[in-house]
Design a protein around this ligand. Structure first.
Ligand code: PGA
Length: 261
């Protein structure tokens, strides 16, 4: 970890309808993360507008979990960038492995969505990840490089400054997953850093690279101290507002030590 911001987010997935989401957002509304920590959460689409209203003016960034690349039209069941913006969100998660696995997202549809998000002023939080088969075959780096290069294909140098890339091994996500070991994540992120530098040139050093997959209070610091890890995305570990604030507390000491240094 260096003096860059540390990002800590939680993806609520298909949890918390409006009533529960409003209650959770209220619990976070007065929370002020320490300097150097940037927090975000992604509620389900049906709770997005309420959560954005409750958290208006708070440092907590709110994002959608997905969006379509067209702005409007005959796309039953989809939500568009302008709709996400109108709800008050500033960011959007794209290419989460659950969407790739269960809803047919491909590297190229993720790329279309990245462009659409940027066009509407949303910050894309781009998820990439290797499956267990790819991990066991030793091709994680190749998979991640391909996913990253395609997701960012055609993105202008100025827009590259607004993207965040999140490495989430598919085998590490959810209650059946096991958290990736920090030395492995370190190697992956070093390589990812060279991939984004290849794409973005020197400004690639400023693209935040996050880790996600069974992040908890017990392991968050192991990841955040790694040189090319700029933060984490938690699922279960951050759903409860009290737990989310504890995740932030776990790293705040590390961050303040760095800021004071
Ligand atoms: P998990 O989910 O922390 O519950 O493993 C992470 C994610 O899918 O973003």
């Amino acid at each position: 970890m260096d003096q860059k911001n540390v990002w800590i987010g939680t993806n609520w997935k298909m949890n918390k309808g409006p009533a529960e989401a409003i209650a959770a957002a209220r619990a976070l509304a007065t929370f002020r993360p320490p300097e150097g920590i940037r927090c975000f959460l992604t509620p389900p689409a049906t709770s997005l507008r309420d959560v954005c209203s409750v958290l208006e003016g708070s440092p907590m960034m709110v994002g959608a979990q997905n969006m379509f690349w067209e702005d409007s039209g005959a796309w039953t069941g989809e939500i568009s960038g302008p709709m996400v913006v109108e709800c008050g969100a500033s960011t959007v998660l794209l290419g989460h492995s659950e969407r790739r696995q269960h809803f047919g997202e491909t590297d190229w549809t993720v790329n279309l969505k990245v462009h659409a998000a940027l066009r509407h002023g949303l910050r894309p939080l781009i998820c990439i990840g290797d499956t267990l088969d790819e991990f066991e075959a030793g091709v994680s780096q190749e998979t991640l490089a391909r996913q990253t290069k395609i997701a960012l294909h055609g993105v202008s140098p100025e827009d590259l400054e607004r993207v965040v890339v999140i490495y989430e091994p598919v085998w590490a996500i959810g209650s059946a997953g096991r958290p990736a070991e920090a030395p492995f994540v370190s190697g992956i992120h070093t390589e990812l850093r060279s991939v984004v530098r290849e794409i973005a040139g020197e400004s690639g050093v400023r693209i935040p690279l996050l880790y996600g997959g069974s992040v908890s209070q017990a392991n968050i610091c192991d990841y955040v101290v790694l040189p090319d890890v700029d933060g984490v995305l938690a699922g279960r570990g951050g759903w409860d507002p009290a737990d989310f604030m504890k995740l932030v507390a776990c790293v705040s000491e590390l961050v303040s030590a760095k800021v004071d240094a």
